[in-house]
Design a protein around this ligand. Structure first.
Ligand code: GS8
Length: 219
């Protein structure tokens, strides 16, 4: 069977980085197309007409949208190598729960922490610290969120590492002091080439956010 894989994303998208890591973990060859979100390509608009967002994976001409859906698709289609979701149904449900928590809670309050000022930043920062504490507790003494092996929850969360530097700058707190377990977990994840080769530079992301803040009139 032919396996033509095209991947649309933007360099700064943490959601896109999930797909990059999954493709690297599975050793899948693909063509990467960088999207300019200020001037979206006809291909992106055709392949994701509902949300018009990256990432999109196009497998043999058929689009799959939403990063967590894409990762699950990759795991099901390329199932021989390096399973990302657990095979046990209960553990699989738990993994999906935490990935959803990362998107619903962590992403939302981290975006607000970096893209606000004054009182609004303080409220968002408090919520961000609370949700990261929940993740720190869930990780506990484990090596990775799923246990001994890097998996779906790790892959869903590690792209936000590139924002940690910006959390510290805008939220004025130290990730290492507040979250020693998450910090050690980050270092473990970064030792994996699939991860380190897929993440954007954290300072470049910080400067991008600084520009976005100016554009949105926050600074
Ligand atoms: C989020 C994708 C997203 O926000 C997912 O794939 O998991 N829930 C989705 N993509 C952003 C870029 S990253 O911040 C995007 O494409 N934005 C374009 C727009 O909003 O027009």
């Amino acid at each position: 069977m032919v396996n033509e894989v095209v991947f649309l994303s933007s360099w700064f998208s943490p959601f896109g980085m999930r797909i990059k890591i999954a493709l690297a973990e599975k050793g899948i060859k693909y063509e990467y197309k960088e999207e300019n979100l200020q001037d979206k390509s006809p291909l992106l608009l055709k392949m994701n007409p509902v949300h018009k967002k990256v990432p999109v994976l196009i497998h043999n001409g058929k689009p799959i949208c939403e990063s967590l859906v894409i990762v699950q698709y990759i795991d099901e289609v390329w199932k021989e190598k390096c399973q990302l979701l657990p095979s046990d149904a209960y553990l699989r449900a738990q993994a999906r729960f935490w990935a959803d928590f990362i998107d619903q809670k962590v992403f939302e309050c981290s975006r607000k922490t970096c893209m606000s000022r004054g009182e609004e930043t303080e409220v968002a920062k408090k919520e961000l610290i609370e949700s990261l504490k929940v993740l720190e507790g869930e990780l506990g003494k484990k090596h990775y969120f799923g246990g001994e092996k890097f998996g779906y929850v790790d892959l869903s969360f590690i792209p936000f590492y590139i924002w940690f530097y910006s959390y510290e700058k805008f939220g004025k707190f130290s990730m290492e002091a507040e979250f020693p377990k998450l910090t050690a977990w980050t270092e473990r994840c970064l030792k994996k080439e699939s991860v380190s080769n897929s993440l954007a530079d954290k300072e470049k992301v910080y400067h991008f956010i600084v520009q976005m803040r100016k554009k949105c009139g926050i600074d």
